[in-house]
Design a protein around this ligand. Sequence first.
Ligand code: NAP
Length: 522
Amino acid sequence: MGAGFSGLYMLHRLHGLGLSARVYEIGDGVGGTWYWNRYPGARCDVESVEYSYSFSADLQQTWDWTERYPSQPEILRYAEHVAGRFGLLRDIRFRTRVTRAVYDEAAARWQVETDRGDRVSARFLITAVGCLSAARVPGFPGVETFAGESYHTGRWPHEEVDFAGKRVAVIGTGSSGIQIIPVIAERAARVTVFQRTPNFTIPAWNRPLPPEEARRVKDDYDEIRRSMRASLFGIAAAFNPDSALEASERERREELEKRWAYGGPAFLGVFGDVAVDARANEIVAEFVREKIRETVDDPRVAETLSPRDHPIGTKRPCFDTDYYATFNRPDVHLVDLRRTPIEEITPTGLRTSESAYEVDTIVYATGYDAMTGPLLAIDVRGTGGAELRAKWAAGPRTYLGLMTAGFPNLFTITGPGSPSVLSNMFVSIEQHVDLIAGCLRHVAERGARTVEPDPGAEDAWTRHVGEVAEQTLYPRADSWYLGANVPGKPRVFMPYAGGVGVYRETCDEIAARGYEGFVLSP
Ligand code: NAP
């Protein structure tokens, strides 16, 4: 299920194993999140030379990225290129949503149904549905009454949206809002930004990628990929293991300024204790607030933009182009929803507890039902008709984020309980796909019909995922990592916070011990 980067690579590996496979994809093209997120300014936060597949030396040597961070159109072209180059399109059914998947114990097969009336059966069912694909518009009263145009960043139309001369409201200041706001501000007559929680954002400093720089990376790819795989977040940038608390004031300043000038995710690797020690974290957080005060002319606006309710890095960090400076424009206004919440959407705009705002266009940059949302939207039933929704009612339970007990032969690429969203997704996707391919080979060699986790191994892993998160500052933020953005969703930290390097070692050891914790049935 899914023809984003995980589904595409999985299909390629299945071809290599000599298995027949079919991919169902809701969109009418490949690319997953990059197919849907066509909003102006959409760009990846990971550097292009690292946000790419490593499985084919030929691919990584022949594909040329043009910018430091790839734009959405360039990433989509890359996905289309990969699909064509590796002969994947013939096995993908587009415009087709899987609605139901029921495990038939007697046949040891999954019976899969789609919204186009397909009824197919498969030995293995692999979900490649993405972690951030179930877009969410909050249930503001009156949403459906708005007479102007409205868009969600994650469901952006294929046609260009014309903002010229328009009065635009943007709700939400996560990664998507922070990317789209400066671009809309350039085009619209007026932009009003409705902010509930201010976010920390670091300059990306995007720029063209000179061919000689790309050449150097290509010459050194083996080493770069090795260090990415062994790292915490799946990126090659050096992580400074030193403590912020032990550094002198001058050393701190130098390191922070150096990383700010470099930009992008490397900033968060500034000191080794930022993610685990509140005092170290506050040093880095205050440095960013100082930058906000330096950049934003109006001190009240600067203060409203300054995050104070969560440690830096505990909500997904954002990386921007001119975000804070955009609030110096006379045609851009910031509304603090903590002080004056939205009460309703009206036919002509929005009304907060304080004022009414007349607008032509509303942009919802309001995020996703992350990680579990896309999978639980499907009616998945395992052994004995057990519902996945019921099993995960108090939070996802998995072994390694890869499988869940009672659902034999069902694999979840970058599922909850794996590093997934806390990493460069390409690193996590390739590792999971390779692990699944290895497991399928193991099952075949043993002559087994089914594989699923031992419930004890699953319990221990689920506990471990929670314990690792508790050692960090992550649980201190109301983030989508914890499901806090979706009313009623259980508050459970979903990704594995131990880092991609440690996670990979753990998986490799488990595989080397004959897939310890997995149960094979004849
Ligand atoms: P998000 O980070 O979840 O941000 C949603 C925003 O909408 C938040 O500011 C949130 O406020 C606000 N919001 C939600 N419900 C609201 C309500 N009822 N009233 C007012 N405001 C509300 O979503 P996103 O920006 O789409 O990003 C999601 C994830 O996608 C990112 O964290 C990142 O992993 C990925 N992404 C990556 C890139 C990239 O690589 N460049 C770009 C875009 C997205 P609160 O914070 O108060 O909940």
